[in-house]
Design a protein around this ligand. Structure first.
Ligand code: FCB
Length: 451
């Protein structure tokens, strides 16, 4: 049981959550820039206007990555920083920023993994219908082509879209996230279909404009279903539930509707029946576009639910005991998800897997000794990574990106949740490596041998 020799130990961030540099930088607005200004939407009215000021401090942040010994860094580009209107006019200042960041990473021996879309829909495109507009696939393709033109001489690894479950489900069904709408379910299926088409178009355009062979994937998320025991029937129960489809009002929380079309070229049969009255027109041409071949499969995994096979031959959930471990954001601590998630995904899709996000928020504070002690995070990581190591025997796992490098703007929770390995004092922008960052550095040096 061990990690590959070339295992990519990394950390992840996203543009809006850390960059700042919203004004005076030639950037266009996106839906989060607008949404965060709406009263009552975000914890205590926080915005990402400054965030971690990474736009101006990226050199310091790359130095921190180097100190931790990261081999890889996953970050996202803000579409509206590069194309202020989403299409057409290019903001050269935005290009220069990402060029400088990429160069700094490479100079420090850190492999960049670029995510094209971590929820920053340009506001100008939102006004034209956003993901509801079938043209959105072409808009996203234009952006992907530009990214490949300008950066793929140095960047080899790309993820197209991050967690479509969230930007469609939280953005348009529950309205917790930007743009904060409660749209008809029918609309959200249309958006999802267009977002998947956009993914496919981006894969095509990245390859067509690439300066070197690229490694391309996408990065959905999942709440994993894991078995109570290793009995074959419990494993089967968990697997069935993991790929099952929820009721229409929560439909975005699933794996198969998003990933089957990308990797198999068709939507799951069960969903076509179950969701029939909500579905847009789906053509063979769409499915060919959506299933444009990818090289790697990313997955953001934070937690899961436990299942066993019931006496009636149907999966049944194993309820959590009172006082079950949880993180500051109230998510359960379920390390098993990092074993069974990748295993089930690999069994089904047979693509090399990257854990594109995993981590926890804690009530981190600067102690009297000036340090940030986060034993909970170290314990969490030891447990989760121990399970991932087990999965390495059963699945082709290429890398792990800890969420997150820095404490950052946690969407509608603002700065109240701290997910970083590096503490950020938002009053001064001072960064302090938490104990977990030192722990992670040792782990990387030994390639996880001691887990
Ligand atoms: C994921 C998001 C990421 C971050 C973590 C905690 O859903 O992709 O931006 O908010 O959760």
């Amino acid at each position: 049981m061990s990690f590959r020799k070339d295992f990519m130990w990394g950390a992840a961030t996203s543009a809006y959550q850390i960059e700042g540099g919203v004004y005076g930088t030639g950037k266009g607005m996106h839906v989060w820039d607008v949404f965060t200004k709406e009263p009552g939407r975000i914890f205590e009215g926080h915005t990402g206007d400054v965030a971690c000021d990474h736009y101006h401090r990226f050199r310091e942040d790359v130095a921190i990555m180097k100190e931790i010994g990261l081999k890889a860094y996953r970050f996202s580009m803000d579409w509206s920083r590069i194309l202020p209107e989403g299409t057409g006019r290019v903001n050269e200042e935005g290009i220069a920023f990402y060029n400088a960041l990429i160069d700094e990473l490479l100079k420090n021996g850190i492999e960049p993994f670029v995510t094209l879309y971590h929820w920053e829909l340009p506001y100008e495109l939102y006004k034209r219908g956003g993901w509801m507009n079938p043209q959105s696939a072409e808009w996203f393709g234009e952006y992907a082509a530009l990214v490949a033109d300008r950066f793929s001489d140095r960047v080899k690894n790309f993820f197209t879209i991050n967690e479509p479950q969230c930007f469609v489900g939280l953005g348009f069904l529950t309205g917790e996230h930007a743009p904060g709408l409660k749209s008809p379910i029918r609309d959200t299926f249309e958006m999802a279909h267009n977002a998947l088409r956009a993914h496919g178009r981006a894969v095509q355009q990245l390859r067509a404009h690439a300066h070197q062979p690229l490694t391309i994937g996408f990065a959905p998320t999942s709440g994993v279903c894991y078995p109570e025991t290793e009995k074959p029937e419990d494993i089967e129960a968990a697997r069935q539930m993991y790929f099952s489809l929820p009721d229409p009002e929560h439909w975005t929380w699933n794996v198969a509707w998003w990933s089957d079309p990308v990797l198999f070229g068709h939507y799951p049969e069960e969903g076509l029946v179950r969701y029939e009255k909500y579905l847009p027109k789906i053509t063979d041409e769409d499915l060919r576009l959506i299933s444009e071949p990818i090289d790697i499969y990313g997955q953001n995994i934070y937690n899961g639910r436990c299942f066993r096979m019931g006496a009636d031959g149907k999966p049944e959930e194993v309820t959590r005991y009172e006082g079950f471990g949880k993180t500051a954001i109230d998510w359960p601590v379920t390390p098993e998800c990092l074993r069974w998630g990748p295993k089930f995904l690999y069994d089904r899709y047979r693509k090399p897997i990257y854990i594109t996000e995993n981590g926890m928020s804690a009530h981190d504070v600067v102690s009297l000794d000036g340090k940030v002690h986060d034993p909970n995070r170290i314990d969490f990581l030891a447990r989760y990574l121990g399970e991932l190591k087990k999965a390495s025997d059963e699945a082709d796992i290429r890398g792990y990106f800890h969420w997150s490098l820095l404490d950052n703007f946690e969407w509608n929770k603002g700065y109240s949740e701290r997910f970083g390995m590096v503490y950020v004092d938002y009053r001064t922008q001072q960064r302090i490596l938490k104990d977990s960052a030192h722990w992670y550095r040792d782990l990387i040096q030994k390639n996880g041998a001691e887990l």
